[in-house]
Design a protein around this ligand. Structure first.
Ligand code: FDA
Length: 391
């Protein structure tokens, strides 16, 4: 065999796996069709890479088999990745609770992984496309655009479908299919919502505004900021809930999370009958939003001219603004791909395919998807290490 381990995909999971296997003394080769390694790391976290989350637990991952990720995540927790980051002297900051970002640039993380690969003796070949894979006695033979390579173990780390312009391809799913490994349907996750034309037009003047909300869909609720955009709704609350929303379902937004608008409006009506809903909303929402809501729903009259039921209905509306998104922006802007290689086909200890010895799947190509906030990289590191220790 030319190599002990060939890894296809020089992204987060692939590079982590390469260094781990290399340190075990395995002869490792990483192949990627892109010009640069770790392109998604470079663009992640607004260029600062939210590289892990100290509070990451298996409950922050979606999968048809929620227990699958437990073993790898336990064996390679966020604190272990943080030790690696510290050893490389990379400064970091905690932005929201547990979310660790580079203080400098995301490139620091890519450089760290490339240095680890170099120290571990793993070779990386970029601009290389794999045109065919065959199972041979004791391993695999790969045809690339340059040559033919044989290897004992083959690790698929080609990621999901999100951001095709950054080199995302369905390659990993095609390899799974070739070897009879089941796939679960894929869809875009952590993705902004698009709106039907009438609502889009109504909300257009709010583009660029961010407000704290609680968003509910698919039995999940996230209390985070929401961002109005020219195309629809985005921001952490929308990205988080998008992974749980199903097309056609309503999305319920609480514009005043933690408040009791019904009680507060009733109190105000008694104390300040000449006051308005607008006065009340102005205290809790940006003025452009409160004005738009009042114009839209006819809430501009003095409070005393609204019946108690009217105000209760207004409060209910503010806490349960129910919209039906037209859809999502899809893979074009999604941070992740939900679904993928069915985890029932893989060992949770090693990520090796149960029916195909020597073939491993790691990272986003597998049906394990984290919430927003550094969990997806944590899965890439943990699954990469799990396979790197076994391949
Ligand atoms: P990844 O996509 O990183 O790597 C796959 C590699 O395979 C790529 O290098 C690609 O070129 C290569 N490849 C694909 N097809 C191939 C083929 N046919 N032949 C050869 N090579 C091929 N997560 C997080 O935890 N914190 C964050 O801050 C962010 N931020 C973020 C921002 C944006 C804009 C996006 C799109 C995504 C994020 N994410 C994130 C998600 C995170 O980037 C993602 O979960 C990981 O990169 C997945 O790692 P993988 O190694 O599995 O795939």
């Amino acid at each position: 065999m030319d190599f002990d381990v060939v890894i296809i995909g020089a992204g987060a999971a692939g590079l982590m796996c390469a260094a781990t296997a290399g340190y075990r003394g395995r002869r490792v080769l990483v192949l990627d069709h892109a010009r640069k390694a770790g392109q998604k790391i470079l663009m992640s976290g607004g260029g600062r890479c939210n590289f892990t989350n100290l509070n990451s637990t298996p409950s922050q991952f979606l999968s048809a088999n929620p227990r699958f990720c437990i073993s790898a995540l336990r064996r390679y927790p966020p604190s272990t990745f943080l030790e690696l980051v510290d050893r490389h002297g990379i400064e970091h900051v905690e932005k929201a609770a547990g979310q660790l970002f580079c203080a400098g640039k995301a490139k620091d993380i890519v450089d760290m992984l490339l240095t680890e690969c170099e120290w571990a003796g793993a070779e990386i070949r970029l601009n290389t496309s794999v045109t065919a894979i065959d199972a041979i006695e004791g391993g695999y033979r790969l045809a690339t655009n340059n040559d033919t390579i044989t290897t004992e173990s083959l690790v698929i780390a080609t990621g999901g479908l999100s951001i095709p312009t950054m080199g995302a391809t369905p390659f990993g799913y095609e390899i799974a299919r070739q070897f009879g490994i089941d796939l679960l349907p894929t869809r875009a996750g952590l993705v902004p919502f698009t709106l039907h034309p009438d609502l889009k037009e109504r909300l257009a003047p709010l583009a660029g505004m961010s407000v704290p909300v609680a968003a509910t869909a698919g039995g999940m609720r996230f209390e985070e900021p929401m961002l109005f955009t020219h195309r629809g709704l985005s921001g952490p609350a929308m990205l988080q809930i998008s992974s749980f929303w199903q097309p056609g379902e309503p999305l319920v937004i609480d514009l005043l999370p933690g408040r009791d608008a019904a009680a507060e409006l009733a109190e105000r009506r008694a104390a300040h009958p000449q006051g308005t809903v607008l006065h009340y909303l102005d205290e809790h929402l940006p003025r452009r939003l409160s004005r738009m809501l009042c114009d839209w729903h006819g809430w501009s009259r003095p409070l005393q001219e609204h019946s108690r039921d009217d105000l209760a209905a207004a409060a209910d509306h503010l806490h349960h603004w129910s919209i039906r998104p037209a859809g999502t922006e899809g893979y074009r802007t999604a941070e992740v791909t939900l679904g993928g290689v069915d985890t029932r086909e893989l060992s949770s200890q090693t990520m090796e395919a149960r029916n195909q010895p020597g073939l491993f799947f790691i990272g986003e190509v597998v049906d394990v998807t984290g919430h927003l906030g550094g969990h997806n990289f944590q899965w890439a590191w943990a699954s990469g290490v799990a396979a790197g220790q076994a391949a």
